[in-house]
Ligand binder design. Structure first.
Ligand SMILES: Cc1cc2nc3c(=O)[nH]c(=O)nc-3n(C[C@H](O)[C@H](O)[C@H](O)COP(=O)(O)OP(=O)(O)OC[C@H]3O[C@@H](n4cnc5c(N)ncnc54)[C@H](O)[C@@H]3O)c2cc1C
Length: 751
């Protein structure tokens, strides 16, 4: 099909087939960025007289796009598809872009510009300085967050007499120690609170507290088995580094109440201050706020620092940006850009010294915390599920740097277009380290910003976004943000859930990914999308089940990120995924030769390539030759009618939208979401849902979200090559596809 001419695009706009932003996007695709900037207004001038309203609509889009040069770049010609005034496609769309390998060079440059607005750091790569420990001005901690009390007053709290007497010993001493509380900042490099503790020139008491009830409130699964295992090993490494480097050590305590324990430690040691790096889960932040105000009441200084994210959630406001596109990373990046947030700053060196106290307070052993305790069988033998994970990972701070360095020297080159590959490691694999603060996001940013991978840098924005959302919606892990989706019907088949969890669904890619998750505690982003789509859109099981399983089995399980992703996949998040991954087509894209499936599903490894992703299609004679008996040596598919299951999932969503017309915007058909302040805003809504609402009986949905992927690597590579060489080709390709879909929709409606 010929791509539409400018005249045809404008005609479609005038006749209402496409709206102003779609029209603009297509023209940018056709004419290119510079030419549109120069000639667009001249080209639409004729509308000024014939249709001033339409002219104004186009003019507004044009002005918005070009008036804010760097951030406007997010309306990139390929990723942009605008619906009823709301961006339907932002960088959440990058998954599709990833599949299509359609990021053009110009696109990348524009994205880089937009990233530069999000990131305000210009400096040498940090690896060059990481081993130095100078006190240069540049590396002083600049982000003291909240120093409650500068003047240390005498403690007037109630304490036991023995503690009081110890404290009396320290009273008046100029050398009173400080307590440094390790939490999600298990590192020595670029650790602002630790650096500050070191610079106070007094003994530093390093503490780690474990309170299961506080860390893991009911229903959140914040401390799953895998993350506790990681925590155990990470602490072990950290303690060793502290001992080697500073001749100091960590005091461990298991407690019911961190507040009680901190107060008691401070009394016991006569410490004059507590230093912490903030954490942002609302339930932990509330606890910390309480502890700090209690210390303040007692005249103890509480120094809080920010380092877990690039931007503190509270510092990012949508005030000057508005709520259009809220939940998308583009909207969030724009909010960051326009908010009065503290600069990200530069990584700090290792603390030069961390003097140990004259006398250490009592401490449990790390093992007493029981973070890595394995279950036992009835006969008393241990079920060591952790063994394969422990073999796989380097749990220390240095492990984070090795992973980052490996990625930046190799994987990053393939990240833009091939991060989906299951059979090659093309991503960074630093998520557990980032989760536990073994590497800071700004250190990652500093290292990676010189690489030409805007997509990778954007991931750090996604990470910040998730905490922003969790701060606004503290019940993100369990309650649909699109509130009416609470009434959605879901399947409750426990057999299906178990098959999914154990990697026994009969769909090799899904099974391979779920087995890798269980045995390694990690799978890449693409595979997380595949297994999430399968659970939600084919098995029709509630997304909360997926969230909970991931929380228990992922080493990087992160309440904010995981909840945001499962909400979006489960249709009820603000940034509803605009795609569904098909378990076979996705496999052809991410594992074209079946190497990944063969590794994790060895029982079907002998199958020829043509059948490795769909053994049910394999002729019985070949199955026999390969020694495979479906239903015995490898499971039969848990569902065979994928299309039927998908159709039912669509109907479930449509029913909920029908039931709650008060949450559907009558003009645009988008879902309405109540914000925490009560205001209802329209949010991006999948076109297939809108179409289905109005055409419940239609057999075909022109807006189907199922990604078919690419049938062969050859075609994939050819497209990637063409796209790299020819930006216009890929952009036009997109607009043709868009027009095709639109024409199909209008033809359908005309019938
Ligand atoms: C259903 C689902 C659940 C997920 N649950 C988690 C989770 O519990 N914890 C977690 O860290 N990531 C989660 N992700 C996001 C992403 O899959 C992982 O961060 C990524 O696979 C980690 O591998 P990597 O370090 O190689 O990532 P890279 O692609 O190399 O990215 C670098 C870092 O950016 C951050 N990041 C990447 N993607 C995202 C994202 N979409 N949102 C927020 N931050 C991101 C991570 O910290 C990651 O380590 C989830 C994704 C999906 C689809």
């Amino acid at each position: 099909m010929e791509s539409p001419t400018r005249k045809e695009i404008l005609h479609n706009f005038q006749t209402g087939v496409i709206d102003a932003e779609e029209c603009f996007c297509m023209i940018v695709s056709l004419d290119g960025y510079d030419s549109t900037r120069q000639h667009f207004l001249k080209n639409i001038d004729f509308l000024r007289l014939t249709n001033p309203k339409k002219y104004n609509e186009l003019f507004t889009v044009f002005a918005n796009y070009f008036e804010k040069p760097p951030s406007g770049a997010f309306l990139d010609p390929i990723g942009c598809s605008v619906e009823n005034g709301y961006l339907t496609s932002d960088f959440g769309y990058e998954l599709e872009v990833e599949l299509a390998s359609a990021l053009s060079l110009q696109d990348q440059n524009e994205s880089l510009n937009s990233k530069a607005s999000y990131v305000s750091v210009v400096q040498e790569p940090v690896s060059k300085q990481r081993n130095t420990s100078s006190n240069s001005e540049r590396n002083q901690p600049e982000n003291v967050n909240n120093s409650f009390s500068k003047n240390v007053e005498e403690d007037n709290g109630s304490v036991t007499s023995s503690v009081k007497s110890k404290k009396r010993k320290n009273k008046g001493s100029t050398n009173r120690p400080v307590v440094y509380w390790f939490r999600r900042d298990l590192r020595l490099y670029d650790n602002p609170a630790l650096f500050e503790a070191a610079s106070m020139n007094v003994p530093v008491i390093l503490v780690f507290l474990w309170s299961e009830s506080e860390e893991d409130p009911e229903g959140v699964v914040a401390a799953g088995g895998a993350t506790k295992l990681w925590l155990h090993h990470a602490l072990n490494h950290l303690d060793k580094s502290i001992s080697d480097r500073y001749n100091n050590r960590i005091i461990y305590r298991k407690t019911q109440s961190c507040q009680r324990e901190i107060l008691s430690l401070i009394e016991e040691t006569g410490a004059k201050a507590l230093l912490i790096n903030d954490v942002y889960e609302p339930f932990l932040k509330q606890r910390d706020d309480k502890i700090c105000s209690e210390l303040q009441r007692k005249g103890i200084e509480c120094k809080r620092f920010h380092s877990y994210l690039l931007h503190e959630p509270g510092s990012v406001s949508a005030e000057s940006v508005g709520m259009r596109g809220v939940g998308s990373v583009t909207h969030f990046m724009e909010c960051c850009r326009q908010s009065d947030a503290r600069p990200i700053g530069h990584p700090l060196d290792y603390p030069p010294t961390l003097p140990k106290p004259d006398q250490f307070p009592s401490s449990s052993s790390l093992h007493d915390l029981e973070l890595a305790k394995m279950p036992r069988r009835k006969d008393g033998s241990i079920i060591d599920w952790a063994a394969p994970i422990v073999r796989q990972w380097d749990f220390g701070e240095e492990g984070a740097w090795k992973a980052l360095e490996l990625f930046l020297s190799e994987g990053v080159r393939k990240y833009e277009k091939e991060s989906c590959r299951a059979d090659h490691l093309n991503t960074c694999r630093i998520s557990p380290y980032l989760h536990f603060g073994q590497i800071s996001p700004r250190a990652v940013l500093e290292e990676a910003r010189h690489m030409k991978s805007p997509k990778f840098l954007r991931k750090l924005a996604w990470r910040d976004l998730s905490y922003w959302l969790l701060t606004l919606w503290p019940d993100l892990p369990s309650q649909p943000t699109r509130v009416h989706y609470r009434d959605q019907a879901w399947s409750r088949d426990p057999g299906h859930l178990k098959a999914w969890q154990r990697g026994r669904t009969g769909f090799p890619l899904v099974d391979a990914a779920m087995r890798q998750l269980w045995l390694e505690g990690w799978i890449n982003n693409y595979l997380r999308h595949v297994v999430a789509s399968f659970l939600i859109s084919y098995l029709r099981l509630h997304w909360v089940e997926g969230y909970r399983w991931f929380q228990d089995t992922l080493l990087d399980a992160d309440v904010a990120i995981n909840a945001m992703m499962w909400q979006n996949g489960g249709m009820s998040g603000l940034d509803q995924w605009n795609f569904v991954m098909h378990p076979v087509d996705a496999a052809l894209t991410c594992d074209p030769d079946g190497a990944y499936v063969r590794k994790w599903c060895p029982e079907i490894a002998a199958l020829p390539n043509d059948f490795i992703h769909q053994p049910w299609k394999c002729p019985p004679s070949i199955l026999r030759r390969c020694g495979i008996k479906l239903g015995e040596t490898y499971p039969n598919r848990v569902i065979s009618d994928l299309e039927g299951a998908r159709e039912q999932s669509l109907t479930d969503v449509v029913n909920v939208r029908k039931k709650h017309p008060e949450f559907v915007d009558r003009r645009t058909g988008n879902d309405l979401v109540p914000l925490p302040d009560g205001l209802c805003v329209p949010v991006i809504t999948r076109k297939e849902f809108k179409y289905k609402l109005h055409h419940p009986e239609a057999k075909d949905n022109p807006h189907t979200a199922v990604l078919r992927g690419y049938r062969s690597r050859k075609r994939d590579e050819a497209i990637a090559f063409a796209n790299e060489r020819d930006f216009m080709a890929s952009a036009m390709n997109e607009s043709v596809k868009l027009t095709e879909r639109r024409l199909k929709a209008t033809q359908y409606e005309a019938l």
